[in-house]
Design a protein around this ligand. Structure first.
Ligand code: UDP
Length: 338
């Protein structure tokens, strides 16, 4: 089986590539290396004889050549922009890359008769929760362009199934955390907005990021800080493998939430970081961040039942591996600058 992974030089895509290599799939990895990193591709190449193609989904001829020159049986699609705040300021950039890029991808899939795709969606498609835990039947009303682009793609996939028999599994992630157990890849964003990496980065001396800030402690939650569902990245990518195998076996489109079904507050995550690092970390209480819902956590029963997916890793493990990666990342950056 030849599986195309788009966005494989990025955070979740690269973890998925490792999982697929470990499960003996032949993978073709495609990335424009705009937010992904060549060092990650080099690490993947150490694990297996994979083919890397540098290309951009917005460029129709890149996509056309990809399918013309490679035998592809199925696609796992990660390539996208994913910064919420940036998407509010520059929706055009997001619709262009996420929506137009995916349109090019699925048009080529139809043309070359590749009829299976696992798509990286998000709980941001639900918008402000009407109830928690959120299940797959919760209304989808995204409150930012990033979430809207992912929902538009979900609609496109539904329509392409009906018209062209393109089968898709949409995976709606909650908060993805942690890194590869051997630090071969990790979360490496030039602009980091996520909670755990921001806490960890603040513990390194000389880091350009200053003191860690908690965005709001006056929410209507037990300790006043926002509650989220932190799912480990290795558990998360395992769901992609199960989804692909489900698609191959059942040939049915569907959507699944991927979370732990457990909420942790920002304060709890911060305290757990202090515990795992065995270190006191400086913190400051700051203004609420615009657009942050109070509480988000998943009902992921459907993935348990249908995909037989059972996330196992703890938040402590996610923090530990994320910290190891932060240390490795500093080595990579030092090497880069010579
Ligand atoms: N958060 C924070 N400080 C940071 C980054 C995030 O207090 O430096 C909070 C944020 O307000 C939210 C939670 O941590 O309540 C998770 O934010 P993140 O950006 O990691 O994920 P999101 O839930 O927004 O996708």
């Amino acid at each position: 089986m030849n599986i195309l992974i788009t966005g494989a030089a990025g955070y979740i895509g690269s973890h998925c590539a490792i999982n697929f290599i470990n499960n003996n799939y032949n993978i073709i990895v495609f990335d424009n290396l705009e937010t992904g990193h060549i060092e990650i591709i080099e690490e993947l190449k150490k694990l297996a004889d994979i083919k890397f193609i540098k290309g951009d989904l917005r460029n129709k001829s890149d996509v056309e050549n990809l399918f013309k020159e490679n035998k592809i049986d199925a696609v796992v699609h990660f390539a996208a922009y994913s910064l919420v705040e940036e998407s509010v300021k520059n929706p055009s950039k997001y619709y262009n890359n996420n929506v137009v890029g995916t349109l090019n991808l699925i048009d080529s899939m139809v043309k070359y008769n590749v009829k299976k795709i696992v798509f990286s969606s998000t709980c941001a498609t639900y918008g402000e929760p009407k109830y928690t835990p959120l299940d797959e039947n919760h209304p989808q009303n995204p409150i930012n362009p990033y979430g809207s682009t992912k929902l538009v793609i979900e609609y496109m996939l539904k329509d392409y199934d009906k018209a062209y028999d393109l089968k898709s599994i949409k995976l709606r992630y909650f908060n993805v955390a942690g890194c590869d157990e051997k630090s071969r890849t990790g979360e490496w964003h030039d602009i980091e907005t996520h909670l755990i990496p921001n806490i960890l980065k603040s513990t390194f001396e000389n880091d350009s990021n200053k003191k860690f800030k908690i965005f709001g402690n006056d929410y209507n939650t037990p300790d006043g800080t926002c509650v989220r569902d932190y799912v480990n990245v290795e558990d998360l990518v395992e769901a992609h493998r199960l989804a692909l195998e489900y698609l191959i076996k059942e040939n049915k489109s569907d959507a699944f939430n991927l979370g732990t079904q457990k909420g942790n507050s920002v304060r709890e995550v911060f305290d757990t970081c202090q515990k795992v690092l065995n270190k006191k970390i400086d913190v400051e209480i700051a203004q609420r961040r615009e657009g942050d819902p109070e509480i988000l956590y998943s009902n992921s029963q459907k993935a348990h039942k249908i995909l037989n997916w059972h996330p196992k890793k703890t938040i402590e493990y996610s923090i530990k591996t994320a910290y190891e990666w932060e240390c490795k990342l500093r080595e990579i950056l030092a090497e880069r600058s010579g």
